[in-house]
Design a protein around this ligand. Structure first.
Ligand code: GLV
Length: 317
């Protein structure tokens, strides 16, 4: 029997793989974030760890775990930029994530933002709620069409492809760009070309040094003044100050964001920016999907502790 730290409360049944394998679960009764010191202390006393994307698993935490008996860290998320994977691998600690199980749910949410931002529904709803609606108006709340628009996907992994699948039902033309030619219809070789040609741009790349502020002032300037930017990936991929400037200047039509640079702290300028829909990082937030994510993360820990190679093992960077 091994000891496995589960840093936060998961959905009901989420830890079943750990329980079925007979592992002891270490969890605090309150569902609050552990401090860095608490994480280090707990890591030092466990064989495995199931964490969230809000837990920063840096080299110090990993070293503390390594000094004990930590063998595996499983992130209950598909993105793992919160974990120092290079340090983990150097210390012989495996890292797992939750690919696949959240694809459709996150693609649904990306499409929600595509629709909301393109039709400016948040601004229309705010007018209604704040008593500014004077009745059906021929020239009021005029926005842009989603159907027939050109959708540009930055990144073409599972979630981007699921968004493309949904876009087909909206009669959209779909472009995509990645570092390597996919050889598939709609591939464009550069982000710049994709930005210039798209009516709606949706971001689906992981956060890394090379994608930090991938969309900044220069890139926003390439977009059509009628275009919309959607980010369901990671906040720091977009330079938020540059985005706010672009919205105020009318350089783009609107934006839909589920992720933020300093989340959960919001750039106050975003709250006052025009034509922007903001959601609190709920891309994968359905009961079924969160439970699948929890079980997959826990299964990864069980597999590593049983000496097997989990399907959701993160490769070395
Ligand atoms: C959510 O943002 C995830 O990476 O799973």
């Amino acid at each position: 029997m091994a000891r496995v730290l589960v840093t936060r409360h998961l959905t009901e049944g989420g830890t079943d793989p750990l329980l079925h394998a007979g592992h002891e679960i270490v969890a605090s009764p309150e569902d609050i974030a552990l401090t860095d010191d608490e994480l280090k202390a707990q890591a030092a006393e466990c064989d495995g760890m199931v964490c969230l994307l809000t837990d920063r698993i840096d080299e110090d935490v990993l070293r503390a775990g390594h000094a004990g008996r930590l063998r595996v860290v499983a992130n209950t998320a598909v993105g793992y930029d919160n974990i120092d994977v290079a340090a983990a691998h150097a210390l012989g600690i495996s890292v797992c994530n939750t690919p696949g199980v959240l694809t459709a749910t996150t693609a649904d949410l990306a499409f929600l933002l595509i629709l909301a931002a393109t039709r400016s529904s948040s601004g229309a709803e705010t007018d209604l709620r704040q008593g500014r609606w004077r009745g059906w108006g021929f020239n009021t709340h005029l926005a842009r069409d989603v159907h027939g628009a050109t959708l540009g996907l930055v990144g073409y992994g599972r979630i981007a492809q699921a968004v493309a699948h949904r876009a087909a039902a909206f009669d959209m033309e779909v472009l995509h760009t990645t570092r390597h030619d996919t050889g598939q219809p709609g591939f464009v070789p550069t982000v710049d070309e994709l930005l210039q040609r798209s009516d709606i741009v949706s971001l689906h790349v992981p956060l890394s040094e090379s994608t930090f502020h991938l969309i900044g002032a220069a890139e926003l300037a390439l977009m059509k003044s009628t275009a919309v930017l959607v980010n369901t990936a990671r906040g720091p991929i977009v330079d938020e100050d540059a985005l706010v400037d672009a919205l105020h200047a009318g350089m783009i039509h609107g934006a839909g964001l589920d992720v933020f640079e300093g989340e959960p702290t919001l750039n106050p300028r975003l709250l006052d920016a025009p034509r922007v829909t903001l959601l609190p990082h709920i891309g994968s937030a359905t009961i079924d999907t969160r439970t699948r994510m929890a079980r997959l993360a826990c299964q990864g820990v069980c597999d590593v502790l049983a000496g097997k190679t989990p399907a959701n093992l993160v490769a070395s960077p």
